[in-house]
Design a binder for this molecule. Sequence first.
Ligand SMILES: O=P(O)(O)OC[C@H]1O[C@H](OP(=O)(O)OP(=O)(O)O)[C@H](O)[C@@H]1O
Length: 280
Amino acid sequence: MKTFNLINPDRSDIRYSVMTFPDSQPHIKIDTASANILDKTEPLRILTRVSNANDLLLALFIKNTLDYWEFEKVELHISYLLAARMDRVMLDGEPFSLRVMAGIINQANFRKVKIFDPHSEVSTALIDRSYAITNHEYVSDVLTDYFAKNKGGDYALVSPDGGALKKIHKLAHYLNVENVVECMKERDVRTGALTSFKTTTENLSGQICFIIDDICDGGGTFAGTAKMLKEKGASKVILVVSHGIFSKGTKIESVDEIYSTDSFKPLEGLNCFGIEKYLY
Ligand SMILES: O=P(O)(O)OC[C@H]1O[C@H](OP(=O)(O)OP(=O)(O)O)[C@H](O)[C@@H]1O
């Protein structure tokens, strides 16, 4: 499939240049010649991060031009979906932001929408003809990379909360890993504060613990979970997230090493895997 690549412009099958008008409107100029040589009856995907509102606008502007040129099968492949966490009304007076995002995407009438490891099933429920791409292949590559660079040993996959728990057993099955540690956390939705960390697993003596989750934002979930895992004997704690926001930086207490993709933004100072391999 041909790709209109907003993540890595050098690998785009259609060339373009992006600019911003003085009033902050994002704008794109698409190279007509590179578009005209493509077969318009074949699928074409727009590959993009939706890390902010302008990213979404640009993708929709491109779809508008591709419609005008009569490309028949345009897909949207999203590495990170803004507002996927706001998958419900958290508190009275707050919006159901994901529903708004979904409405905007739906009106553009993409043939398919693929989303890499969305926060919950609500994204694919709300967005028409959408599919979630799991983190399975990515986590498999992480384990291979980790054990190529470090001594082997007993290890466990850890789900830090209820959201991650829904995915961890399918991942463990895919990876053929038996050892899964289920954890719970409590978050006060009024303040965002994390209030408690628990697990039913008592002894993690000598275990290398891989915490698997979709997003690392401030890192509080993982500092609290890692501290608890170490108190129960874990020899190392490795954080593996699909989407690295790292709003408070990439030093997270009690976490020994971090893996992420560049789905939200390019990252330095940790193990960062390019998202393109996993989103197709
Ligand atoms: O790095 P942090 O700032 O701790 O945030 C990361 C956590 O936040 C998200 O879950 P969230 O707490 O929104 O949970 P829920 O939607 O599953 O209730 C995400 O799935 C991580 O678990």
